[in-house]
Structure formats: structure tokens, C-alpha cells
Ligand binder design. Structure first.
Ligand code: UN1
Length: 494
């Protein structure tokens, strides 16, 4: 079995704890990917000390040169796209078409970051006073602690690491314990592209130990966390108490609305991809389907037939549409929600059980599941499941559809299928989400647009787009008075 290491202090090193955990393929539980460090607080301390040294050097590297490193990162990722996609499917289960997309999102993020190195704009602003110059500039902040989830093993670490690095910060990456190998490849690529070693640290770990140590470390002024709402609450409280800069991306309960005037076949394609892509394990997954009464029965019939035809299996095999869940704990959570749905009187239209038979028996497979007659406000309709379970809610009017969409504590993405342009624009205005799609599913955000949600999904920051560069840099103002005399602001010019 291959043993992997942390990357700390410019070298691949064993954890100070001396402990390791195994990572296995969730499609069969037999195929061992390797053993990875179960790091402790002392490993995090060493990573922070190294990252502080790396920061001192990297912050003085001109931003265009930092961007050049990231351009080479994009080139290297593109050259290894197929290999990384295969590795990622083996590591967390989603089919190759999706893991290729995940790597592509990392490549896109790299090239965007590379060009931002030649912008990173400040403003020149007229001063109130004569012979005085006023301008803003962007400065790096320091060591950034990045805590990332399993569902986008390449894309999400790049969303955080590349803008953080471009802005001149150093980075400590703590990847989810289900996907440590993909994170290792990302760090290898950063180093090969010429990133100075102490600018990046990789600290593997199990459970909360490493993440908690990063969040609580006084020399880590920036934290970016994507994960569960419960963990995010702890992260938020601690960062608030310590006055840290924090970006939170947490849960979703995203809805696709299909109105009577929609193209139904297009909308069926959309919800299948949104609900069962990545086995429903996306923050942007479609977990609610809001159907207007006129098309409800026809739509459900078409959808159930298509969902039952999805082929489950090892994502590396062509023809398999849906892979396994990432772990037994995830599958048990999905099973609990199926039970809750049944107890609360929803109608199980398909799925609802483990997928078994042949090779499926060894993996964490679960049948694509659809409940109808789901009541708005019920637990099935309100709580994030993170699995292949779709709840159908019937409504009479557009107003009701929008109200059901907005009636949850989350606000990441939403989707409306309609042929009425007026309703489409009303949806953009009235749906309480960070992202609304018209005639497209709730998933599929692009790297150069801001990603994030409202309400309890996040804390107002965005990933992607130019917005994320504001998060990873500090605005500083410079005034230069070249008048040669004392000029008193707010006094001498009036
Ligand atoms: C996530 O849902 O966890 O929008 C991230 C999408 C992807 C990223 C999703 N580009 O579906």
C-alpha cells in the first residue's frame, strides 16, 4: 500500500502523530488508494510556521509573476486531465464525465487567476485637495486556511487556493479525508509549476482535528470553509471571536420549478442531471421539484420512467450514469431521510432503497429516489440530504411556486422552466438565492462568475468571479500630498 505524506516546510513529511488512515474506493470498498497522515495540532503548528515564511517571500513577488505560475498550473492540469479524472472517480465515485468536468473547472480557475495577475485593480480617485494624489491598492493578508469538501475534490480547492495565491497569500490546504489523493496531485502540480515550496502546505487529517486547529490558530487570519451547516456554525463562531476573515459555503435545498408553459422534456433532462448527478452530493443539487398542477401528473410519469432507467455502477465504466455515495455514513443518512419521508406521508414513487445485485453489493450505492405529495414545511422538504432523493411539491400558481422556493433556510441556487419571458425575469428578481437559472438545472456554475448563496447557505462572500479576489486581499488607501504645505482635509478646500 502506498503511504502518502503531508507537504510542510517545503518537503513531503510524515505526520508528527505517526498515525495514518486508509482511503478506499467507495464503489467497491476493496481497492485501497493509499494511507494518508492522520495529522494533529503539532503538524498544523509546523505548517503555519512554514506558511508564514512562505508568505514573506511570496507577497513580494509581482502579481503578474504569481499569475504566470498559475498559468503553468492550468497547463499541467490540462495535460493530466484524464489521469486526474480517473483517480478522482476511483477516490470518490462520480462518473468520469463529471470528474473530467471537475478538473476542467480547476483549469478554468487557473487561467482566470493567471490573467487576474495582470489586473488586480485598485482605483485612482480625485482628492478633495489640490496637489494631492489618492488611490486604492490590493494587498495580501497572510496565511489562508482552506478547508474543503469531498464532492469537488479538485474544483473547490482551486476556487480557494488559486485566488488566495494570486493575491500574494500563502496557503494551508486541509482536504476532506475522502479525497486526499486528488489534493496531493494538486499540490504536486503547484510545485512543478514553480510555486515556492513554503507558500503551500498540505495537511491531511481525519475528522475535525486539523480543521479545528487551523480555525483556532491565531496566525491564520483567513479561513475559507465549504462543508456542512453544523460545522460552519462552529467555524463562524470561532472566527467571529478571533476577528478572522471568513468565507463560508454551506448547505442548500435547491428547487427546480416547472411551470405549465415549460418545455417538459427539457425540464425532465434538467432535473435528472440536477438531482442525480454526483449522486445528489452537491450543495447545488436539485433536491426539490416544484410542479405546477397542470403538468404535474404528466411530468412525474416521464421523470419516474427516466429515473428508473439510470444505470448505477463504477463511474469508470462507460454507460454508468450514477456512482456510489461517498461513504456508509452518507448512505445511512439518506436511508434515514427516506424513512422520515414515508413516516410523514409522502408517496415513494421510485427508489428508496440500496441498489444491490452483482458488483453493486460491494459499494455504497443507493437507488435514485423520488417522493411525490411532499408537503412544504415537512422535514423532507426543508432539510439538506446530500444524496439522490428528490421531493416533488405541487403548486397552483407562479406565486405559490416562488413562495415554496423561498420557504427554506438555505438560498444557494434555484431554477425555473418557463416559456414566459416576464416570469423568467420575475424569477431572477424574486427568488431568494445566490444563483438562479432559467431553463437550466440548479447545477453548473462557471468559474468566472461569483458562486455562493444567501440566508444560511453562506456569510455573504462569493467564490469565483472577480469578487473572490476582494476576499483574499485587503484594500489599502494611499494618499500622496505633493503640495509642499500642510493641507487639512475637510477644512482647507472649503
Ligand atoms: C457544489 O455544489 O458543491 O455549480 C459545487 C456546480 C459546480 C460546483 C458545485 N460547478 O454544480
Amino acid at each position: 500500500m502506498t503511504t502518502f505524506h503531508n507537504f510542510i516546510g517545503g518537503a513531503w513529511v510524515a505526520p508528527l502523530t505517526g498515525e495514518y488512515f486508509e482511503n478506499r474506493n467507495p464503489a467497491d470498498q476493496q481497492d485501497v488508494i493509499g494511507r494518508f497522515p492522520a495529522s494533529g495540532v503539532a503538524d498544523v503548528d509546523a505548517a503555519v510556521a512554514s506558511a508564514q515564511r512562505g508568505f514573506e517571500r511570496w507577497k513580494r513577488t509581482p502579481a503578474p509573476a504569481r499569475g504566470d505560475v498559475l498559468r503553468r498550473v492550468g497547463d499541467l492540469m490540462a495535460a493530466r486531465k484524464e489521469e486526474i479524472a480517473n483517480l478522482m472517480t476511483r477516490e470518490m465515485g462520480k462518473p468520469l464525465a463529471e470528474t473530467r468536468g471537475d478538473v476542467q473547472e480547476g483549469i478554468d480557475t487557473a487561467y482566470y487567476a493567471a490573467t487576474e495577475g495582470r489586473r488586480l485593480f485598485g482605483h485612482t480617485v480625485p482628492s478633495e485637495l489640490a496637489n494631492k494624489w489618492a488611490m486604492t491598492m490590493r494587498r495580501p493578508i497572510g496565511v489562508c486556511g482552506l478547508i474543503t469538501p469531498f464532492n469537488f475534490p479538485m474544483a473547490i480547492p482551486t476556487w480557494k487556493a488559486f485566488p488566495a495565491l494570486l493575491c500574494g497569500n500563502s496557503v494551508i490546504l486541509k482536504p476532506a479525508e475522502d479525497v486526499p489523493h486528488t489534493a496531493t496531485v494538486l499540490v504536486e502540480i503547484l510545485l512543478e509549476a514553480g510555486l515556492p515550496p513554503e507558500v503551500i502546505q498540505l495537511v491531511h487529517g481525519m475528522g475535525e482535528v486539523v480543521g479545528k486547529a487551523l480555525v483556532e490558530h491565531p496566525q491564520v487570519p483567513v479561513i475559507s470553509f465549504t462543508g456542512s451547516t453544523e460545522t460552519g456554525r462552529f467555524v463562524g463562531e470561532t472566527c467571529g471571536r478571533m476577528h478572522k476573515r471568513l468565507s463560508l459555503e454551506m448547505g442548500g435545498k435547491n428547487a427546480q420549478i416547472v411551470l405549465d408553459d415549460a418545455d417538459l422534456d427539457l425540464a425532465v433532462d434538467g432535473v435528472l442531471w440536477g438531482a442525480f448527478g454526483t449522486t445528489g452530493q452537491r450543495c447545488t443539487a436539485t433536491s426539490r421539484l416544484i410542479l405546477q398542477a397542470g403538468i404535474h401528473d404528466t411530468f412525474v410519469e416521464k421523470l419516474v420512467a427516466r429515473a428508473q432507467a439510470l444505470v448505477l455502477g463504477d463511474g469508470r465504466v462507460a454507460g454508468h450514469d450514477v456512482g456510489p455515495l461517498v461513504s456508509e455514513a452518507s448512505r445511512e443518512k439518506v436511508e434515514r431521510y427516506v424513512q422520515i419521508g414515508k413516516e410523514q406521508g409522502a408517496t415513494l414513487r421510485c427508489g428508496g432503497a440500496r441498489a444491490t445485485g452483482g458488483a453493486l453489493d460491494a459499494g455504497f450505492f443507493f437507488q435514485p429516489t423520488i417522493f411525490t405529495n411532499v408537503t412544504a414545511g415537512s422535514r423532507l422538504e426543508q432539510e439538506e440530504i446530500f444524496g439522490p432523493v428528490l421531493s416533488v411539491i405541487q403548486v397552483a400558481t407562479v406565486e405559490q411556486a416562488f413562495a415554496v422556493n423561498n420557504g427554506v433556510r438555505y438560498g444557494l441556487s434555484s431554477s425555473v422552466y418557463t416559456s414566459n419571458v416576464n416570469v423568467a425575469f420575475r424569477a431572477l428578481q424574486d427568488l431568494d438565492n445566490g444563483i438562479t437559472y432559467v431553463n437550466a438545472p440548479t447545477i453548473g456554475a462557471e468559474a468566472h462568475l461569483p458562486f455562493g448563496g444567501v440566508k444560511e447557505t453562506g456569510n455573504g462572500h462569493r467564490e469565483g468571479g472577480w469578487e473572490v479576489y476582494e476576499f483574499y486581499s485587503e484594500t489599502k488607501v494611499g494618499y500622496v500630498d505633493y503640495s509642499g504645505a500642510l493641507q487639512r482635509a475637510q477644512i482647507d478646500n472649503y
